[in-house]
Design a binder for this molecule. Structure first.
Ligand code: ZN
Length: 603
């Protein structure tokens, strides 16, 4: 018999603890302490409470918990002395049926890992989809993590322990994240399409208007139609646009009809990828709202406004220099000069578009009239480590960071490394090294600014020559324009001061400047209400990366929702990942935002 939240909330502490005792291996004290926070309105809230208990417990109890776990395919498995939960998990992952070679590989990794960290390797072997990792995936993860830093690895073990508990909790309550699974599977199917040269390597690369890219557009169209969109079309830049129409019985004359709230809701994200990228960057923001459409369509429900989902054809700037081709077309910022840009093979954008059957003359007509829309919302995988480290599944984006980029050069004097005394040098690279350390300190002092010297070069340098020239790049970002400008002023002033003191010269060329796109407060608070209603801790954060929402920001209010990524939130990398449970929460949050909007249009 599956447990219910009502039962759990009403039960004695002793009974409730006993029911949850198996969630954390040999550690019923974790659910027991969390139960003090009853009543819970959702399983997500119970999970957060248990995460909070373990975080507050300190390092020693955390180590004890980690050590309470059996080794993967270890002695306890062979002796059949695993807990029932562990036994079922290890057998689902196929670990009970290892070849002798696989078994020996895992035993060696167990020994190496234990010797290095002093605790067993913990992996949620049922994986981010809950159905079980393959043995190859398990071994690859093991081999990667045995190289990690000890502090990181302890945290990573705890995160896996929480994931194990999450799956056990779902089993206990007889529930599964159905729409999270649908969203997961849609993305998995879409990831079958990858550009030539990468397919063979098992890598995902989908750049603008390649065969794989066009196959993606077709698959997304099909998914949109099957989910219940009323109209689906591919537009003149390759965006796939699906629309779920509003309740056609609503009339302008109806009492309480508010023209603003009956405008279309625009949402979506991109389906192109970087080279050897992840499966969720962009695509999650197409499929989360689509899952909501499917839910509405299956229930025969209509909202008082249209939902327009756009799968943007291009955001990453991989094939051509120009970026945001998809969302740029909607804001009327598609520059016709871009059509003459060439890819690495000399194919112009115009030729690529014509070859794909797109009509370039129609691009200007894609410009949206902002008056037709309520606003734009975008769901996106975080692409950073913050939510993963905090063990929080969803994040509220406060602003997409403002940025500025410079290409710089410092000129000193190249001289003999053996004969030039330390106090007579005019070392260009040492000056830049000093600046780099300043950039680190200065950006960190803001708390939420970031600064990077990503390119650093001593042209024609030699091992026995004091560097006479140093070329470097500067990338500075902050949540608002003023903070970015102050950061940039301070960094450039420090560069000037360093150069004066060292008797070297600097030249600085600004190559890019993008304004911050702060979330519209009313839309940000809609996301916040949704996340709070789910019982998930509220965490506000800026977006360090650019997104399609940044373009739409130019013509309408926007706000984004971030979803936690696994593996330290790594992105633009095949290790990019997220769980079915987190995807389900994103769908739930989106559905709550929709009902919030529908509700306010009825008020
Ligand atoms: Zn993206």
């Amino acid at each position: 018999m599956a447990l219910t939240l009502t039962q759990l909330n009403a039960a004695s502490l002793q009974d409730a603890t006993q029911w949850l005792a198996g969630l954390y291996e040999h550690s019923p004290w974790i659910p027991q302490a969390a139960l003090a926070k009853r009543p819970f309105t959702s399983l997500a809230q119970l999970k957060s409470a248990m995460v909070g208990v373990l975080n507050a417990a300190g390092i020693e109890p955390q180590r004890v918990l980690i050590r309470a776990h059996p080794e993967l395919a270890g002695k306890a498995m062979v002796d059949k002395s695993l807990t029932a939960e562990s036994s079922s998990e290890q057998s689902k992952a196929g670990l009970t049926h290892c070849t002798p070679h696989e078994f020996e590989t895992i035993q060696q990794l167990n020994r190496d890992y234990n010797a290095r960290f002093g605790f067993p390797f913990i992996l949620a072997v049922r994986g981010p989809r809950g159905t079980g990792l393959s043995k190859a995936e398990i071994i690859a993860t093991f081999e990667r993590r045995v190289q990690s830093h000890p502090d990181f690895e302890r945290q990573e073990c705890l995160r896996n322990i929480h994931r194990i508990a999450e799956i056990r909790l779902n089993d206990l309550f007889g529930t599964s994240p159905e729409l999270g699974n649908v969203v997961w599977d849609w993305q998995e199917a879409l990831a079958q399409h990858t550009d030539p040269g990468y397919a063979e390597l098992g890598q995902l690369t989908v750049t603008y208007l390649t065969d794989a890219h066009r196959a993606c557009a077709q698959r997304i169209s099909m998914d949109m139609r099957q989910a219940g969109c009323d109209t689906v079309h591919i537009d003149a830049v390759g965006n796939v646009v699906g629309c779920y129409k509003k309740d056609s019985n609503l009339r302008i004359s109806d009492e309480g009809y508010s023209p603003i709230l009956h405008k279309t809701l625009l949402t979506g994200s991109h389906y192109d990828t970087v080279r050897n990228g992840g499966k969720y960057d962009g695509r999650l923001g197409i499929y989360v709202p689509l899952a909501c459409v499917q839910m509405l369509a299956q229930a025969g429900k209509r909202l008082p406004f249209d939902i327009e989902i756009v799968a943007f054809a291009e955001e990453e700037g991989q094939r051509y220099k120009a970026t945001f081709l998809g969302s740029g077309a909607l804001t009327g910022h598609f520059n016709p000069d871009w059509l003459d840009q060439q890819d690495a093979d000399g194919i112009t954008m115009r030729d690529a578009m014509q070859h794909a059957g797109l009509c370039v003359d129609d691009i200007p007509s894609l410009k949206r009239n902002a008056d037709d829309y309520q606003g734009f919302v975008e769901v996106h995988i975080e692409q950073g480590p913050v939510l993963n480290e905090l063990d929080i599944p969803l994040g509220i984006v406060t602003s997409i960071n403002a940025g500025v980029r410079y290409q710089c050069e410092v000129t000193g004097m190249a001289s003999h490394a053996g004969t030039t005394p330390m106090d007579r040098r005019r070392d260009a690279a040492a000056a830049v090294a000093e600046l780099m350390l300043f950039v680190e300190r200065r950006a960190a002092a803001d708390g939420d600014s970031v600064g990077t010297v990503g390119m650093l070069q001593v042209p024609n340098g030699s091992i026995n020559v004091v560097p006479g020239r140093c070329l470097f790049s500067l990338d500075l970002r902050a949540p608002n324009n003023a903070q970015r400008d102050t950061l940039a002023e301070d960094v450039l002033a420090e560069l000037a001061a360093i150069c004066t003191r060292r008797g070297v010269h600097q030249s600085v060329t600004e190559t890019m400047r993008a304004s911050a796109a702060p979330s519209a407060p009313v839309w940000q608070s809609r996301w916040e209400r949704a996340v709070q209603a789910l019982g998930v801790p509220l965490h506000r954060m800026p977006s360090g990366a650019g997104h399609d929402a940044m373009k739409l920001h130019e013509i309408m209010p926007q706000a984004m929702l971030f979803v936690r990524g696994l593996n330290s939130g790594i992105s633009h990398n095949p290790l990019e990942s997220s769980t079915n449970d987190d995807m389900q929460l994103a769908v739930d949050a989106f559905a709550l935002l929709l009902s919030d909007l529908a509700q306010s249009s009825a008020d």
